[in-house]
Design a protein around this ligand. Sequence first.
Ligand code: THU
Length: 140
Amino acid sequence: MDWPSKVISPDDLLWRARKALQSSYAPYSGFRVGSAILTTDDEIFIGCNVENAVLSLTICAERNAMTSLVQNATGKPVAIAVVCESGHECPPCGSCRQFLFEFNPDMLVVLESSGQISTKTLRDLLPSPFMTTPEGSFPE
Ligand code: THU
């Protein structure tokens, strides 16, 4: 699996995700999540989970990072790191996989488990996404 940046490493991206986790607002679950997305222009966009008293309004860290990217980035997303504090891997939930797939099915997903880094593609994590148009003809 080829890493898409010469200047930002998987470790750098995980580090930014850990920093993002510090901003998590998770008073209901106590489960803090951080995420960082790398673009083709070597920019990084971060997000944390933000909960609400109306629990269904909670927004995941990955979707917060991606909405920031969509609003501000010049490049396309190529890798995302996701971290939590449990010591085990924190892969994106099903809704986030679907949400991220829209922007790059080949995005690399960087996870850590007790100091071990693993990298998968989003396509591996979501083999049968919902799509309204055939792949390759996403609106630009
Ligand atoms: N959460 C994320 O931030 N990302 C995911 O992919 C799954 C879950 C958050 C939502 C909620 O604030 C907490 O984790 C516990 O479910």
